[in-house]
Design a protein around this ligand. Sequence first.
Ligand code: ATP
Ligand code: MG
Length: 435
Amino acid sequence: MADKITAVKGMNDIAPPTSAHWEWLEDRLRALMQRYGYRNLRTPVVEPTALFIRGLGEVTDIVEKEMYSFEDRLNGEQLTLRPENTAGVVRAVAEANLLYDGGKRLYYMGPMFRHERPQRGRYRQFHQFGAEALGFAGPDVDAELIVMACDLWRDLGLKGIELQLNSLGQPEERLAHRKALIAYLEARFDQLDEDARRRLHTNPLRILDTKNPSLQTLVEAAPRLMDYLGDVSLAHFKRLRELLDAQGVGYSINPRLVRGMDYYNLSVFEFVTTELGSQGTVCAGGRYDGLFAQLGAKPAPAVGWALGMERILELLKEQGRLPVAPVPDVYAVVPDAGALVQAMPVLQALRSRGVAVQMHAAGPDGTMGSMKSQFKKADASGARHALIFGADELSRGQVALKPLRGERADVDTVPAQRLVALADVDQWAVSLCHP
Ligand code: ATP
Ligand code: MG
C-alpha cells in the first residue's frame, strides 16, 4: 500500500461537529459587524512578499522567521501566504481608492499562515477575524472598536477577558525613547538573549515584546515610552480613556505593550485571558496611521484589531459556552428501497417548507437495512422525529410519524407514533419545524 498522505504539521482540518461551532461563531461575528456598520472585504490569501516586509517591518518575528514565501514559477515574483491581513486590507483599499468619499469600516475573516512552533493556541494555519476602520483619525473610533470587542465577549457569554492599553505615540517620540532604551539595554548586554542582541540597534522596541520569561524583569524596568509622549499623543490617549470610562469598559495600562508589528502608533491594545495557558491573547490591535504612506499609498489614518478564532473557540469550550450541534427535524426511515420513489418527493415537500430532513441511505447492496439499524441511525442523528415510509401506509396515502425524543430524556415519556395523511403535509410541516 502507498504511504498515507497527512495534513501539513500545524495545519488542521475542521470537521463536524467542530465545524458547526465555527459556523456559529462566524454568524455571531457577522451579526456584530452588522450592528456597528462594518462591511466585508475579501482579499487574496497570497500577496507580494514586499507588502509584508514593508508593511510589518523587516525586524519583526513574522518577517524574520514566520513567513511562508515562494517564487512564482513563471515570472519569479516573490509571493507570501498572508501571515496577517491588515497590510492586505490597506493594499486593497488604496488600490481601489475606497476612501475617495470618506472613511470605511471593514471586516475580514479567513486563514493566516505563520511558520511557528505548533502548540495549543498556536498553529501554522490559523484563522483571524479582523475589523478595520480606515480614514478616521479620532480616538472615538479606537473606542468604538474596543467597545465592539467587549460587546462580542458579552454576546458569546465569555468571562475573564481583560483589556490592556498603551500608547506608542508618534515615530518622532519613539526616536527619543529609542535612544534611552538602547543605552539601558547596552548597559545590560550580557543579560540579553540572542534575539535581543541582534535587535538592539535595529529594532530595540521589539525587545519589549519578547516572549522570553528570563528577560521579563529587565524589560519591566526599561524606560517607558509613555514618558516620552508629547501633548497631542497624550491627549489622544486621554480621550480614548474617557470614552472607555464613560461606557464602563475596564482596562489596565500596560506600558510594555508594544505589539509585534512596526506599523502601529498611538493606541495599542490586547484582550488577554489567563485561561488558555501561555497563548492568552485572544484579540489585539491598535492604530496604524503611517501604514498607507509606508506602502506608497495616499496617507490615511486607520485603526483595527484581529482576533484569533481558534483561541476564542478554545475559550468558549473552556467556559462551556459552545452551542449544541444542530440536528435534523426529521429522519426518514424507508423500510424498503421500492418506497423511495414515493418518499423522496415528500421529503422535498418538507424541505421546501423549511423542515430539516435527513434521509436514510441505501447500503452498498442497494437495500435499506433492517428497521432496527435504521432506527439506530435515526437516533444517532439527533432528529426529533422519524418519518416511516411503510408500503402499507403509503398505499393508503399515509406515513407514520414517530417522536424520537420526549419532554425529558426518559424514554417512557416519548409519545407513541401516529399516522399522518400525505395530503396534510402543510400542517405537519409547521408542527415539525416549531415543536
Ligand atoms: P502572539 O503574541 O500570541 O504570537 P501576535 O501578537 O503574533 O500573537 P497578532 O499578529 O496580533 O498576534 O494576531 C492577532 C491574534 O491572532 C492574536 O492575538 C492571536 O489570538 C491570534 N494568533 C496569532 N498567531 C496565531 C497562531 N500562530 N495560531 C493561532 N492564533 C494566532
Ligand atoms: Mg506571534
